[in-house]
Write a protein of this length. Sequence first.
Length: 237
Amino acid sequence: MSLPSNVHVSSHPCLKAKLSQLRSQSTSPRETRALVHEIASILGVEAFASGLKLMSTGKDKTPLGEEYETQGIDHADLALVPILRSGLGMVEALNSLLPTAVPIYHLGLFRDRMTLQPVEYYNNLPFHRSKLSPASPASLDSSANTAAASLAVLLDPIIATGATAEAAIHLLKEWGVKRVIMLSVLATKDGIKRAAGVWEEGVEVWVGAIDERCNEKGMIVPGVGDIGDRLFVAIGK
């Protein structure tokens, strides 16, 4: 399968086995939440290995009194951005991987049932206010503000048509981030190409597996069903 260079598909055998379990109609909501968490953890390890940089943070001593140089990740400009609601199922896995807690911002996007196009209903991406004087007219201009993060880790378990991912990446780019790492459990071939092509130089997409297509309702087949419904026990809404 020919894919863009900024798309990475996991080959981890444990992830593949867990995805096979996630696909099953007999997997309970509790098991579904655990599997999404575990798959997200594996994806996060793979993505962060190349996407984050280690830095020296000072010195400390071991229990034997030996001094050593401490290392950490620069979290100053990093934020997790789950797409509501199913992206919430991946947050704790990624937050647990990081040495310290990072900001979590949310994007609310749903697909219109008729057009399958994304509709934004919630956005709490904050800005750093300009250091201009409060009396200055420029301080009232949103263009004088900057995004509160330079790297956004975008979380959504499913990339189906790619429209929601595309819209979210546009929002993050307009917000002012310099890079986006998107993590998804499952995608379609066309959907992931659409997401990766929005901003080729600024986006890396990491996915557990790729299915061939969506059906007429915009659901991935064979897929995993409606992962949001399965995570939050909302089947039949």
